[in-house]
Design a protein around this ligand. Structure first.
Ligand code: ATP
Length: 339
């Protein structure tokens, strides 16, 4: 093997770099507050966080749909901060897909080539080719209103890809779909991203969606990045109390050594005498498991705790509302949170 061949463990080149990127809409705390981020080429990156955390503003600044107050956006080491959207090498796929209702799927996909003055036969051939790639070739003449939500999404993807972007930006692309289709289209997005080898930057407020899709999750809170990492790392090692609570599935407890997070499937019901005294306040059947809600004295007050039991364990030993139990967890499952 030639020595110059990149090994699979070599760091991937950076597609997008944000340097001290800031957006101020008004006085007070900026919507995006001097964030630094490097997004690896060919990766699926999800920007995640609660409503108002600044994730859409960040995406729009990368796209060139929003001016930057200060800081820089680099694409493959080229500073694109002041370039117009069309000259950046990025393309955007919107929440509502933003297809023209009066144009066929083919003309929607070919639209930006028409704007560039490309001849009709050539732009139609390119658009048809892209529609074939997303398994929509046979529906090229249909208008958006004659297509299902999932089919519209594929047309929107083909339309975004026709400009041959280096980076595809997706703003809540699944939120207009019903829950069943959302899960199906999520799998398609992941497959397309891997097949195309493009960098995807996808904004979502759904932890589940980000965990299912991302190679890298970027969790934002109040204009700042709180944690960056692969989904398993963010889920298993939440850096802060905010991340533990936002990701869900964790209990945050006060201990003399500081706050800890314990996953609800790592909580155990202890034998009498050990652990924290708690009372069962809720029993929720979830199919493969049963979620127990409990109330316990913790720190200076009382805390709600949840505990996930496999269905069979609950069947062997059911718990009832108002029952007093004791809670414990193995030391390796207590994850210390930053103060
Ligand atoms: N055009 C604007 N003018 C003034 N303030 C704005 C504007 N757009 C966004 N903001 C404010 O900036 C902050 C970040 O907004 P942004 O839309 O980036 O958040 P978000 O995390 O994408 O939220 P959501 O999930 O609700 O879209 C919010 O406080 C919002 O009210």
């Amino acid at each position: 093997m030639p020595s110059a061949a990149p090994s699979s463990s070599a760091p991937r080149p950076v597609a997008v770099e944000l340097v001290a990127l800031t957006k101020r809409y008004a006085q007070g705390q900026p919507a995006v507050d001097s964030i630094d981020l490097r997004i690896a080429s060919g990766s699926y990156c999800c920007l995640l966080g609660p409503s108002g955390c600044g994730k859409s503003t960040t995406l729009r600044m990368i796209a060139g749909h929003e001016t930057v107050s200060s800081g820089d956006v680099l694409l493959e080491d080229r500073n694109i901060t002041d370039l117009p959207a069309a000259a950046r090498g990025t393309a955007m796929m919107f929440q509502s897909f933003a297809l023209f209702p009066h144009l066929s799927a083919l003309d929607n996909v070919a639209f930006s080539l028409k704007m560039k003055g490309m001849a009709r036969a050539e732009r139609h051939a390119k658009a048809q080719d892209l529609l074939e790639r997303v398994a929509m070739g046979h529906l090229a003449q249909r208008k958006p209103g004659e297509l299902s939500g999932g089919q519209q999404q594929r047309v929107a993807l083909a339309r975004a890809l026709i400009t041959q972007p280096k980076v595809l930006l997706l703003d809540e692309p699944l939120s207009a779909l019903d829950p069943f289709l959302r899960v199906q289209m999520r799998a398609e997005l992941r497959r397309w991203q891997k097949e195309l080898g493009l960098t995807f930057i996808h904004v979502t407020h759904s932890q589940e969606e980000a965990m299912a899709l991302a190679d890298t999750m970027v969790v934002m809170n109040q204009g700042l990045i709180e944690q960056v990492g692969p989904p398993h790392e963010v889920y298993n090692k939440p850096a802060t109390e905010f991340i533990a609570r936002f990701m869900g599935g964790h209990n945050v407890l006060d201990t003399p050594a500081g706050k800890i997070a314990v996953r609800n499937d790592h909580m155990r019901i202890a034998t009498a005498g050990e652990g924290l005294a708690a009372t069962v306040t809720d029993v929720e059947y979830q199919g493969t498991y049963v979620l127990l809600g409990l109330d316990t004295a913790n720190g200076s007050g009382r805390t709600g705790v949840s505990l996930m039991l496999p269905e069979a364990a609950f069947a062997d030993r059911p718990y009832t509302l108002g029952e007093d139990v004791r809670l414990s967890w193995a030391a390796q499952h207590a994850h210390a949170l930053a103060a």
